[in-house]
Design a protein around this ligand. Structure first.
Ligand code: SF4
Length: 421
C-alpha cells in the first residue's frame, strides 16, 4: 500500500512524536467542497473520532520533523533527547494526506513540527503543505496547522488563508514555569502569532460582511494547549491562564494535557507520577462551565479553593459550597440560576424555560425533560413536594449523591471527557 510502503520509518517516528499534542479537535469549520475538489469539511463532513481516553484521531496527525533546536525539558522532541529523528519533505506530507484521505482513513490533517533552523524556516514549510493541498490538490478537507512560536506576521497571515484552524501552544501555564522548563522560549513568542491570528480573523470577518468574495481566514478559529502537572501549577493558576487567553485572544478551545513523565530531570515530576486523567477531566469541566454555563473562574477556583475536587464535578462542588443560593424554584428562576443547579445541562435549562411558559413544572415533567434528579433534587423546588429534603448539610448531600450515583462517579474516574449529564 502506497502510504505505508513509501515512508514507513518516517511515518512511525513523526506520528509517534505528534501524539503528545492533544489540541486537534476538528469542530467548527464550514469549508464547503468547491470546484469538485477533494473532501468536504462542512458541518457533519468532519466526524469527531476519539480514542478511548477522549483524544481525537480523525486527522492524520504528524510532525513535519522531530528535529528541534530547542530543549524544552517536558518534550520528547527536545534536542538533548536521544531519539530517532526524521523529517518529511513538503511534497511527502501532501502525498500522504491525499492518499490517506482517498482511502477514507482521515478527514483532514493535523500538522505540527519541531523547530529546525528557525521559527520562520519551519513555519514556511508548514504553510507550503497547506497551500499545496488547497491550491494544487484542490483539497477541501480539514487542516489544522500548529503555529511555530516566533513566526512572522506575514507567515501567520498566509497560514490562516489555507488552514481551518491555527494553534500556538502556551504549553506551561505560568511564565515562571516556562522559564524553568523551556528557557529558550519566551511568552511573547506565543502571544505575537496569537494576536496576529485574532486580529486577522476579526478583520477578514468584517470585510466579508461587506465584500462577499473575501476569502476565509482560519474559519475554525485558533486554539491552544497547556501541559498540566509538569511545573507544579495549581488548578486556580491553570484556569486563570485559560480564562485570560479565552478573553484576550478569542480562542475557540484550550486543551489540557496531563504531563506524562518521560525523563529523569530534577525540574520535572518523577517517572511513574503521571497526572490522573480525572484531573484533566475536572479542568475540562471547569472550562465548560466558564464557556457555556456563565460561571466566572473565580467562583469555582480562588485563593481559598485552589484545586478542583476530584470526587465531585466542579458544578456540584460549587453548589455544595454555596448552599445559601438554593433551593432554586425552576418555575421562576432565571437562566443563570437554572444553569447552576447540579444535574441540569444547558439543554435541560432551555427545555425548562420553554416548557414552563405553558404549565407549572413538577418532578414528572422534569424527569421527562432529562434532569438528573438524583443530584438536582437537593438544589431545586417545583410544583410538588416529592423528594424535597431540606436542612441537609453539604457533607450529607454529597454523601447521598455519591451513594446514589456510584456508577456515574466511578465511571468518571476512567473516562477522560465525560462532561455534564
Ligand atoms: S520547541 Fe516544541 S518541539 Fe522543540 S523542544 Fe520545545 S516543545 Fe519540543
Amino acid at each position: 500500500m502506497f502510504v505505508f510502503s513509501t515512508y514507513p520509518r518516517k511515518l512511525k517516528i513523526l506520528a509517534d512524536a505528534a501524539k503528545y499534542d492533544v489540541s486537534c479537535s476538528s469542530s467548527g469549520s464550514k469549508r464547503a467542497n468547491t470546484n469538485k475538489g477533494l473532501g468536504d469539511a462542512t458541518g457533519m463532513g468532519i466526524c469527531h473520532s476519539y480514542t478511548e481516553d477522549g483524544r481525537c484521531v480523525s486527522l492524520l496527525k504528524i510532525l513535519l520533523t522531530n528535529h528541534c533546536i530547542f530543549d524544552c525539558a517536558y518534550c520528547v522532541t527536545r534536542k538533548s533527547n536521544d531519539v530517532k529523528r526524521a523529517a518529511f519533505k513538503v511534497q511527502e506530507v501532501v502525498d500522504l494526506t491525499i492518499n490517506f484521505y482517498r482511502r477514507n482513513y482521515i478527514e483532514g490533517l493535523f500538522l505540527s513540527s519541531g523547530i529546525f533552523k528557525s521559527a520562520d524556516y519551519t513555519m514556511e514549510r508548514l504553510v507550503a503543505v497547506a497551500k499545496k493541498l488547497r491550491l494544487e490538490e484542490n483539497f477541501n478537507g480539514y487542516i489544522h496547522l500548529k503555529s511555530i512560536p516566533g513566526a512572522s506576521d506575514e507567515l501567520m497571515r498566509e497560514a490562516g488563508l489555507y488552514a481551518d484552524r491555527l494553534s500556538v501552544n502556551i504549553e506551561i501555564p505560568t511564565e515562571a514555569g516556562l522559564k524553568k522548563l523551556a528557557p529558550d522560549k519566551k511568552r511573547k513568542d506565543f502571544i505575537k502569532p496569537m494576536l496576529k491570528v485574532k486580529n486577522e480573523i476579526i478583520q477578514y470577518n468584517a470585510e466579508k460582511k461587506i465584500i462577499k468574495s473575501t476569502p476565509k481566514f482560519a474559519p475554525a478559529g485558533q486554539s491552544t494547549q497547556m501541559i498540566i502537572g509538569a511545573s507544579g501549577e495549581n488548578d486556580f493558576q491553570i484556569m486563570q491562564t485559560s480564562n485570560h487567553f479565552y478573553k484576550s485572544y478569542n480562542l475557540k478551545r484550550v486543551y489540557y494535557s496531563g504531563y506524562v513523565p518521560i525523563s529523569y530531570d530534577n525540574r520535572l515530576p518523577q517517572i511513574g507520577s503521571a497526572v490522573p486523567m480525572l484531573r484533566e477531566n475536572r479542568l475540562y469541566q471547569t472550562d465548560w462551565l466558564m464557556r457555556f454555563y456563565g460561571f466566572d473562574v473565580s467562583e469555582i477556583l480562588n485563593e481559598q479553593h485552589q484545586n478542583l475536587d476530584l470526587d465531585v464535578d466542579p458544578k456540584l462542588s460549587w453548589a455544595l459550597r454555596n448552599l445559601h443560593e438554593f433551593p432554586v424554584d425552576v418555575n421562576t428562576a432565571d437562566q443563570r440560576m437554572l444553569a447552576r443547579i447540579p444535574g441540569l445541562g444547558m439543554k435541560s435549562v432551555f427545555k425548562i424555560i420553554n416548557a414552563r411558559r405553558f404549565r407549572k413544572l413538577n418532578w414528572e415533567h422534569l424527569k421527562k425533560i432529562g434532569v438528573a434528579l438524583n443530584r438536582a433534587q437537593y438544589f431545586m423546588v417545583c410544583e410538588s413536594n416529592q423528594f424535597e429534603k431540606r436542612d441537609l448539610t453539604p457533607e450529607k448531600i454529597k454523601g447521598f449523591i455519591l451513594q446514589n450515583s456510584t456508577s456515574k462517579y466511578q465511571k468518571t474516574l476512567s473516562n477522560q471527557l465525560n462532561l455534564f449529564g
